[in-house]
Structure formats: C-alpha cells, structure tokens
Design a protein around this ligand. Structure first.
Ligand SMILES: O=P(O)(O)OC[C@H]1O[C@H](OP(=O)(O)OP(=O)(O)O)[C@H](O)[C@@H]1O
Ligand SMILES: Nc1ncnc2[nH]cnc12
Length: 171
C-alpha cells in the first residue's frame, strides 16, 4: 500500500512555514489504517516487546491498535495535569511549542521491554521526553515506531541509536 498518498499535507499549519502532515485522511480509510498497523507489526516482528508507550494524542491512534495487534499493554503518556494517579514528568519542545509530558509512576516495571509509538517523528522532542520517562522507571526502550518521519528535522539523531521504524518519510 502507498501510505504517502493517504496522508494530506497542509501548508502553513499551525504556523507559516510548517507543512502539516495530516493523518486523518489515512485514519478515515479503514483498509489503509489497518494496513499501516499491520505493516508496523510486520516490521517489528523480530523485536521482543512487553509494553507500548504512546504520547497524547496522535500517539494513541498508533500505539493502542498496535498494542492490541501484538497482545501487549498500552501506557498513555499525557500532557501534564491529565493523569489521575501519581506521575513522573519530563519537559520537551517541538516544532511549534513547548510543554511537560507525564506518565503514571507505576505504569512500567523495571526491566520491561518498551516500544515507543507515535504518528510522527519531527524534531524528536516528544520521543526524547517519552524515552526519558521510560528510563526514569527503568524500562528498557527496544524500538520506536512511527507512521511518518520528517528526515529534514533529524529527530532520529536524538534517539541515540534506538531502532527506529517509520512507514513514510519526507525529505
Ligand atoms: O518530534 P517532535 O518535534 O516532538 O514532533 C512530533 C510530535 O508532534 C505532534 O504532536 P503534538 O504535540 O502536536 O500533539 P497532538 O498529538 O496532541 O496533536 C506529533 O503527534 C508528535 O507527537
Ligand atoms: N509537520 C508536522 N506535521 C504534523 N505533525 C507534526 N508534529 C510536529 N511537526 C509536525
């Protein structure tokens, strides 16, 4: 399946100069959505995974169905103030903003093998903060999976050699 043709690119959103990669056009196509999750599963078939961690909001749309397909748990990472239990936090900046991410303190057990999933890797700020949260709880990051990678922002370089899988790349 050609996933790139299912993704709509919107110029100058949310700020002038940003070419926004809109995955809603892929998600609304049931066959494409299923094929994308199946393809990530296939590309990760040799990776041992205990749990998937995904950042709000678009990370849920990739991480949760992948967790279901692999039969592993899903841990949500949320923007500060949204989780009801005791949390740990990490700060991050992204292509167009800055914020704090949080995860429940008891969400990962030390030594668990963690896959991080999100819709898109841009500067790598969100995933670096997510990795920081995983490491604070002594989880072991084994790979990161994305629908989209923006090569020109070099987010992969921030992930120090972590196994990165992405379905569609933009140069
Ligand atoms: O690699 P980065 O530079 O960190 O950028 C990528 C992140 O930015 C977007 O999320 P956003 O913070 O816009 O939130 P949303 O998922 O709630 O829309 C996207 O879903 C990734 O999580
Ligand atoms: N260019 C982009 N398109 C969609 N989501 C993004 N998140 C960060 N940069 C983005």
């Amino acid at each position: 399946m050609n996933f790139k043709e299912k993704i709509r690119v919107i110029p100058d959103y949310p700020q002038p100069g940003i070419r926004f990669k809109d995955i809603t056009t892929l998600l609304q196509d049931g066959a494409a959505y299923r094929a994308a999750i199946d393809e990530l599963k296939e590309q990760l078939k040799d990776v041992e995974i205990d749990v998937i961690v995904g950042p709000e909001a678009r990370g849920f749309v990739v991480g949760a169905p992948l967790a279901y397909a692999l039969g592993v748990g899903f841990v949500p990472v949320r923007k500060k103030g949204k989780l009801p239990g005791e949390t740990i936090e990490a700060s991050y900046s992204l292509e167009y903003g800055k914020d704090l991410l949080a995860m429940h303190k008891d969400a990962i057990k030390p030594g668990q093998k963690v896959l991080i999933a999100d819709d898109l890797l841009a500067t790598g700020g969100t995933i670096s903060a997510t990795l920081d949260l995983v490491k604070q709880l002594q989880g072991v990051p084994v790979a990161a999976a994305f629908l989209i990678e923006l090569n020109y922002l070099e987010g992969r370089k921030k992930l120090d050699g972590l196994n990165v899988v992405s379905l569609v790349q933009y140069d």
